[in-house]
Design a protein around this ligand. Structure first.
Ligand code: AKG
Length: 300
């Protein structure tokens, strides 16, 4: 018998559950993405993330903003400094960037840049919350694949965007992040169910397991030069990265979720409009909602 916590886990970690949560969110919270905000996020000539793909790469128009951020990141967060423990040890070295620290202004300005926030907002169907800004350095030296070097899904929200800004070019020799588009990833989930296995967003999958269900031709490697931006919905797209390669991978990572993510804790919400780690857009939306309702923010 599955108890309430088992049911919750099942809902949270299975794709059917994630889909249900997404549907409920849209049904129960129709005003979470007010029309004036939707108008701002309208793509116009802006690049948009196609939900069937779940990823996007484009050249940043404001080249000065991206150059300033990557030059600063290379100087303030050199590769030699990062390290990780646990499952990421030896795979991915992470340095967290406190964007409230005025010294890191160039990274903050990029993380809150509308060329990023607009496509992310539109895709999330909600104002983006910047969960974290980081500098990642993958040595790509470990021989036995483990952790995020194996296919997996993330689970911080029903949709989320990880945004990668190369500090050094990411090419086929740098252990690039490899993704299967959202439709192909769904096919994998469906076929896994059909084989009587429970596909969960906690699991890691071998290449053999994935390619038994979908064609390896669908795999895309997210590569780009300095000045490019790479985005991926790691909830919807099966992915892996930092596999053994000729060179390392070194980039900025900005991680966006919606305000409904379980990672954005309810008690933090009243402070949203003063938290520097949220976009101005998010803050403006919360101010508008507070003013309209006079009741403050409800807990999610
Ligand atoms: O680029 C990588 O090393 C993999 C990152 C990853 O799997 C993730 O961000 O979820």
């Amino acid at each position: 018998m599955v108890g309430p916590s088992g049911l919750f886990t099942l809902l949270r970690y299975t794709h059917a559950g994630i889909g249900l949560a997404h549907g409920l969110r849209r049904l129960l919270c129709p005003n979470r993405f007010p029309s004036e905000f939707a108008a701002q996020a309208d793509p116009g000539s802006r690049p948009a993330i196609d939900p069937k793909l779940g990823y996007l790469g484009y050249r940043f128009l404001d080249g000065a903003a991206v150059s300033a951020a990557i030059e600063y990141a290379a100087a303030a967060f050199p590769k030699s400094q990062g390290y990780s423990r646990g499952s990421k040890a030896g795979v991915l070295n992470v340095q967290n960037v406190d964007i409230d620290d005025p010294r890191h202004r160039a990274i903050r300005e990029l993380a809150l840049h509308e060329e990023i926030l607009m496509p992310v907002a539109r895709y999330l169907m909600a104002p983006p919350v910047l969960l974290s800004a980081m500098v990642w350095n993958s040595p790509n030296e470990t021989q036995e694949l483990k952790a995020s070097q194996l296919f997996h899904f993330d689970r911080e929200d029903v949709r989320q965007i990880k945004c990668f800004v190369p500090i050094e070019p990411i090419d086929g020799d740098t252990g690039a992040l490899c993704v299967l588009d959202a439709v192909t990833s769904k096919t994998f989930v469906r076929k896994t169910w059909a084989r009587g296995r429970l596909p969960t967003s906690k699991k890691r999958y071998s290449d053999e397991e994935v390619y038994r269900a979908v064609s390896p031709d669908k795999l895309r490697s997210l590569t780009g030069d300095a000045g490019d931006i790479l985005m991926v919905d790691t909830t919807s797209c099966l992915h892996y990265g930092s596999r053994p390669a000729k060179r390392g991978k070194y980039h900025l990572t900005m991680h966006y979720v919606s305000p409904h993510s379980q990672r954005v804790r309810a008690q933090e919400l009243p402070a949203l409009d003063v938290r520097a780690s949220l976009s101005e857009m998010t803050a403006a939306m919360y101010r508008a909602r507070n003013a309209a309702s006079q009741t403050g923010l409800e807990a999610y």
